[in-house]
Design a protein around this ligand. Structure first.
Ligand SMILES: [Zn+2]
Length: 482
């Protein structure tokens, strides 16, 4: 199939135009200019705000003037990833697309259908003469991909619609009605270096090969947290013997479930065998507990080089107890839909000898702001008890499911009428721009959907062509019937 024959033609024509415009996150100037020209070229009321978000207003078609205003929203930036062997400048070059069976792909780069296809649908509706709709506001936000800063910078009053359809979802047939807000909490222990006591055994303990994953999206997958496993073993041993630490380096990114944890542990030589046996028993127990979700978990114990100093005993005691005591994983499920409502992830533990600190990073998520504050406080209180300095960042807001949403009712009904099947109504336990809108525009009725994408944020990104037409038809019938 040739690219010029893809349906709906108007949408794919607009997508081809979008692909000629460079639009890396935080460097969207050319795209902003392009959208302003596009709106003005159509003779429509077109504005940008200080942040760089663009709004193009299209009046209602005849007979639809009394309808409520609908906002269509997508983000103009894209993730710029390419294969090493591809010569490509994301600040200048046009994305080269090609058709492979039912999929549209790019040659060695991200396709930018996330969210260029949403942008293209809005452009097609703005230009369309044969579509029925009430007053429309087409909104294009900048910098969704590296911090949601476009949506964050948008001032109340920029949009005036009562309904908002976000076109940035990746599974046709799924309608999103909720997302999580999040924040980060850090705990810092200040330790003293003490001379290593006599007759100590130095051992390096490693837990690795865990599945890991995204700390929001994958928190319900019953996977193990390497940091918690390590802490659990240290706490068990602490009840039997004095345990000192010469090093601890565990976990990584704040938004990832940690896959590896390592500590250099110092115990009296007389306890060496006990510790070895306990480690073997512990690893057997944990392997049994996680035999389904963690098939390639590894437990490694090896003798480590002795060091002249170790972390002071009080800090070791308090740290190990706090790491054992702190809650981790899903904290609450949503009462409205089958979705994680609130969770917390113990992301990393790093000893930093230059500062004589042990620094713990974590993230908390919830679709409810008050519940997120509660789980962040739960995390903080444990480490405060243990004498650490605790700080919680400001975070970003979530989007709570609204069971009375009129827009959702119309969206579901029109989907069933068009395709003869129920769409899946769901939420995501991660951040979306809708979270920020719900904070700035209380009462704004929102849904999010879009055509099927795979491999997003990588050069394997691809768009399932037939789903674009499905989403397009769905969108038009919602606009006609809301
Ligand atoms: Zn996106």
């Amino acid at each position: 199939m040739s690219e010029t024959m893809l349906k709906p033609e108007s949408v794919f024509e607009c997508f081809a135009q979008v692909n000629k415009v460079p639009r890396p996150s935080k460097r969207e100037e050319k795209m902003i200019e392009f959208l302003l020209e596009y709106g003005r070229g159509l003779g429509l009321d077109t504005q940008r705000d200080e942040t760089g978000n663009v709004i193009i207003r299209k009046p209602a078609t005849p007979g639809m003037e009394n309808r409520a205003t609908v906002v269509l929203q997508s983000h103009m930036d894209m993730v710029c990833e390419k294969n090493n062997d591809v010569d490509f400048d994301f600040d200048k070059d046009a994305i080269q697309t090609y058709v492979d069976g039912e999929w549209l792909k790019a040659k060695g780069t991200t396709l930018g259908a996330d969210d260029g296809i949403g942008v293209a649908m809005e452009m097609a509706i703005l230009a369309a003469k044969d579509v029925k709709h009430g007053p429309l506001e087409c909104v294009f936000t900048r910098d969704e991909e590296t911090g949601l800063t476009g949506a964050e910078g948008m001032q109340p009053g920029f949009m005036s619609g009562q309904y908002l359809i976000n076109l940035d979802s990746e599974d046709e047939g799924e309608i999103f009605v909720s997302c999580a807000g999040g924040c980060r909490t850090t705990a810092t222990f200040h330790y003293e270096e003490k001379a290593t006591p006599q007759n100590q055994f130095f051992v390096k303990l490693c837990i690795k090969g865990l599945t890991g994953g995204h700390s929001g999206d994958d928190i319900d997958k019953k996977r193990a947290n390497a940091n918690k496993l390590l802490a659990r073993f240290l706490y068990m041993e602490l009840k039997k013997m004095p345990v000192l630490l010469a090093d601890i380096q565990a976990g990584g990114l704040h938004n990832a479930i940690p896959r590896e944890a390592m500590a250099v542990v110092v115990v009296p030589t007389s306890m060496k065998e006990t510790l070895r046996v306990d480690w073997n028993l512990f690893s057997a127990d944990v392997e049994e507990e996680y035999r389904v979700t963690e098939p390639s978990m590894e437990f490694v114990l090896e003798t480590a080089d002795a060091t002249p100093t170790v972390v002071d005993r009080s800090t070791c005691d308090r740290l190990i107890r706090a790491l054992q005591g702190v809650y981790n994983g899903i904290y609450a499920m949503s009462q409205d839909i089958a979705l994680v409502e609130t969770s917390t992830n113990l992301a990393s533990i790093h000893m930093v000898p230059e500062r004589k600190t042990i620094e713990i990073n974590s993230s908390q998520r919830s679709s409810l702001l008050s519940a997120r504050h509660n789980i962040a406080d739960t995390f903080a209180a444990v480490f405060e008890l243990a004498g650490a300095d605790v700080e919680t960042g400001e975070g970003y807001p979530g989007w709570k499911p609204n069971p009375d949403s009129h827009l959702l009712k119309v969206t579901v009904a029109e989907y069933k009428r068009l395709f003869g099947k129920e769409p899946v109504v769901r939420g995501i336990h991660a951040g979306l721009e809708c979270g920020l809108f719900s904070e700035k525009y209380p009462g704004l009725d929102m849904v999010s959907f879009g055509p099927t994408l795979r491999g997003v944020h990588s050069p394997d990104e691809k768009l399932l062509i037939p789903t674009v037409d499905m989403v397009w038809r769905h969108l038009l019938t919602i606009l006609e019937n809301i």
